[in-house]
Design a protein around this ligand. Structure first.
Ligand code: F6R
Length: 600
């Protein structure tokens, strides 16, 4: 959460910073600010609201070629101008942007800053005040920065400007993402390479607790002991067009439309020279050796994990537990003798999942990250990585990453089964090719789905999603999609469970979306639909060819029974999208949310 950028060079820093922040807005969008330094000193602009509000508030006559910027998702202190970054020390000498959470900020304030009147309610301000304090006690800025870092407990990506030295931006990170972008006549920093693709595609990875001095003509990285670290830049394999909306009104729509291509890309990426599906042999060995898999994830990725469990159990015959990451780390169940941990995370930065990874690594267990972002924290810190190949997902509501996660888990389970000599009675590659076409068929029927959204949800206060077996997993995801972007209260339920209490909420007209794609339980779920319609519910049945009945609202093309989630989720995504549009919600940036949740 929160995105930071910095620029030091010859161009107009304001424009590079603003463009960078626009690309990072997915990380937080309740307030934003920049600070630029020129011969007159440091000027700070900040505003509550979006980057567009900040842009409007900037005095364009201020020229500077050094600066830092921030887009915020509030953790400490309400989203307002006062709490927006950058923050300055009481003397005005130091200016700082921060992404992360400083857990011991109260203790530090009491221990060091008693006499200082704070200007904000943020944890961040403590950091900049400490640097100023230590400089006033005689340390150089670099030493004061280093000393301050040594006192911080928590997560941070930081960029600091010193009014007395125009030539350097002081940078550090711990558990929060941060990259340095390099070029001949300037250097930049950013929480995500995407933000600085506008000026460079060469980036240097930073490690936790390093102290980095970014100058116009060079970057110096030192470790905690002060030893200089040499690190070659890497090329960000991103195409600027991947991160543009193009002619689409919303990223979410673009990303849903990309889903057939994503499935095809995954098939390509995981096909070996013999034309068969393949996975890195080391990963296969780890999966094979495990006596139980522990899938750890949050939100949509957790929902993908529930489907993944079915694949590993049914196809590869390995027992699996799926856990919500924020629960697992603080309440670990009894583990098996040879567990393998699988972290599913689109961003690869989710703090809830990372805290589990840190703990299981301390206990010596192996881990595999399934992520969309190569080089992300979870990818770097796990033993192995499987990439999603979905391309950047920018809309806050995850769509293409969810189907990519499920497809990659299917590939991993399938190849593991083959490796184990298990007789698998279907050709996954062939079935995934059908899935890609089937997703396209659903996408081509957007008008029908828009009409369903209007008919069932236009005036709804709440909605239920029901299904059994794999359809239950997808109903959880359907409900999450609807609530997060349309703010209609929505819950996903196992079809048989509603009658154990929640059916009390069914009134005349309550929308209930029922998925019918699993033959073995098709009659049972239709029975559950009868129970709710008898109590006035407005049931919308989404069934699969071969199981459809006359009054069903939408019929999905026939898909392999294990792969139905890849197709059945698509109408639910699109219905949610249109329901949100009808309510004039900000589809790509729903309230209170951010794309990358880097706080616990
Ligand atoms: C919902 C959504 C979130 C994320 C969750 C985990 O649409 O995107 O629920 O799935 O915050 O994020 P990652 O997958 O990045 O770990």
């Amino acid at each position: 959460m929160c995105g930071i950028v910095g620029y030091i060079g010859e161009l107009d820093a304001k424009e590079v910073l603003l463009k960078g922040l626009e690309k990072l807005e997915y990380r937080g969008y309740d307030s934003a600010g920049i600070a630029v330094r020129n011969e007159d000193g440091i000027t700070v602009f900040k505003e509550k609201g979006r980057i567009a509000d900040l842009r409007a508030a900037i005095d364009t006559s201020v020229e500077a070629s050094v600066g830092i910027g921030h887009t915020r998702w509030a953790t400490h202190g309400v989203p307002n101008r006062k709490n927006a970054h950058p923050h300055q020390s009481a003397t005005g000498r130091f200016t700082l942007v921060h992404n992360g959470v400083i857990e011991n900020y109260h203790l530090l304030q009491k221990a060091y800053l008693k006499g200082i009147q704070l200007a904000s309610d943020t944890d961040t301000e403590i950091i900049v005040q400490l640097v100023d304090l230590f400089v006033s006690e005689g340390l150089s800025t670099e030493d004061a920065f280093r000393k301050t870092l040594g006192l911080l407990h928590g997560s941070y990506a930081l960029a600091l400007l010193d009014r007395e030295d125009a030539d350097v931006i002081y940078v550090a990170k711990n558990k929060s993402p941060l990259l340095v972008g390099v070029a001949d006549t300037f250097n930049v920093i950013a929480s995500d390479a995407m933000a600085m693709l506008q000026v460079t595609n060469q980036f240097v990875e930073l490690h936790d607790k390093e102290v980095v001095l970014v100058r116009k003509d060079g970057v110096t990285i030192t470790n905690l002991e002060g030893t200089v670290m040499e690190r070659a830049p890497f090329t960000a394999e991103l195409d600027a067009s991947d991160i543009e909306k193009g002619t689409y009104p919303h990223y979410m729509l673009k990303e849903m439309d990309e889903q057939p291509t994503v499935i095809r890309k995954i098939m390509q990426a995981y096909t070996g020279e013999d034309d068969a599906l393949t996975v890195d042999p080391e990963i296969l060995a780890a999966l094979n050796e495990a006596d139980r898999l522990y899938i750890i994830a949050a939100g949509t990725s957790y929902h993908a994990g529930l489907v993944g469990k079915e694949y590993f159990e049914k196809i590869a015959k390995i027992p699996v537990e799926v856990h919500i990451s924020s629960e697992f780390g603080y309440n670990m169940p009894l583990l098996s003798e040879k567990p393998l941990f699988i972290f599913i995370s689109q961003s690869g930065e989710t703090a809830d999942s990372r805290q589990v990874l840190v703990k299981i690594k301390e206990q010596g267990y192996k881990s595999l990250t399934v992520t969309n972002v190569p080089g992300s924290t979870l990818s770097r810190e796990a033993d192995y990585t499987l990439l999603l190949h979905a391309g950047p997902e920018i809309a806050v509501a995850s769509t293409k990453a969810y189907v990519a996660q499920i497809a990659v888990l299917a590939v991993a389970a399938y190849v593991t089964a083959k490796e184990k000599g298990i007789d698998v009675d279907f050709d996954l590659k062939q079935e995934l090719a059908i899935v890609a076409n089937n997703i396209q068929t659903v996408i081509d029927r957007k008008d029908d789905l828009e009409k369903i959204a209007e008919d069932y949800l236009k005036i709804a206060r709440n909605a239920f999603f029901i299904g059994r077996n794999l359809d239950f997993c997808v109903s959880l995801e359907g409900a999450l999609k609807l609530k997060e972007i349309s703010y209609i209260q929505a819950e996903g339920f196992a079809g048989g469970e509603l009658k154990h209490g929640t059916i009390a909420l069914i009134e005349d007209g309550t929308p209930v979306f029922a998925l019918v794609s699993q033959k073995a339980v098709a009659l049972n779920i239709r029975g559950n639909v009868k129970e709710v319609t008898a109590r006035g519910a407005n049931a919308c049945i989404i069934s699969m060819e071969g199981m459809a009945e006359d009054d069903d609202a939408f019929i999905l093309p026939k898909t392999h029974a294990l792969l139905t989630p890849l197709v059945s989720v698509v109408p639910l995504q699109l219905i949610s999208y249109y329901a949100a549009l009808h309510r004039r919600c900000d589809v790509d940036k729903p309230r209170n949310l951010a794309k990358s949740v880097t706080v616990e």
